[in-house]
Structure formats: C-alpha cells, structure tokens
Design a protein around this ligand. Structure first.
Ligand SMILES: [Zn+2]
Length: 115
C-alpha cells in the first residue's frame, strides 16, 4: 500500500512532537502572581501617608490539579525557575493538543486510503 505524502508529513510532525516532549524540562501547572502587602506594624513604611512602600513582592503559584485548587508562596529567588516550569507546562499542553489533532488527521488519511 502506498503511503501518501500527506500521511508521511503528519507522521513526521508527530515524531517531532515526541522529540520535543522528551526534551521538555521540569514543569508546573498554573500561574504565578506577584503581590505587595501592608502589615500591621504601626508607623511602618508600608503605611507612610506620603510615600507608602508596601512589602514585597511576594510570589504565589496557583494551580488546579485533578480538580483541586492549590497555591503556595514561592521564594523570590525561585520565581524565575517557576516561571520557566510554567512555560514548560504550557508547552506540554500545546504539544499534546497538536499531537491529538495530528492523530485525528492521520486516522482520517488512513480511512480514506483504505476506502
Ligand atoms: Zn509594613
């Protein structure tokens, strides 16, 4: 049976996705937020009437896993690493979504070539 050019092209793209997935580093779902807080200490800089300077930034990562929401604070020096993990997670989702789409197209090509 002759394999169509289109089918070969789809298979090549799927192979590329598998390679990209294998190279994917640490990942983490969710998003990172940054916040500045006001404390309860009287006369603190965060309550200066002229030039209030709040405390922070404090980083918090929030995510949903298996239907459960979680969040935790991230030390400032780890914020960059967490951002990279969040980006990897988005990449994972993008790659799997693309893989599913290609698989559906491949299934259609196979049906048409055997019909
Ligand atoms: Zn304060």
């Amino acid at each position: 049976m002759k394999t169509s050019i289109r089918r070969q092209n789809i298979e090549r793209q799927i192979a590329q996705i598998k390679e990209d997935l294998a190279r994917l580093g640490s990942l983490h779902p969710g998003s990172l937020s940054r916040q500045y807080n006001v404390c309860g200490k009287p006369g603190c800089r965060c309550k200066n009437p002229k030039n209030p300077r709040r405390h922070g930034p404090y980083y918090k990562v929030s995510y949903v896993y298996r239907g459960r929401f979680s969040s935790r604070f991230v030390p400032r020096d780890q914020a960059k690493a967490v951002r990279a993990e969040l980006a990897n997670y988005k990449r994972l989702r993008g790659l799997t979504e693309k893989w599913v789409g290609l698989s559906l197209r491949l299934a259609k090509e196979k049906r048409q070539s055997t019909a």
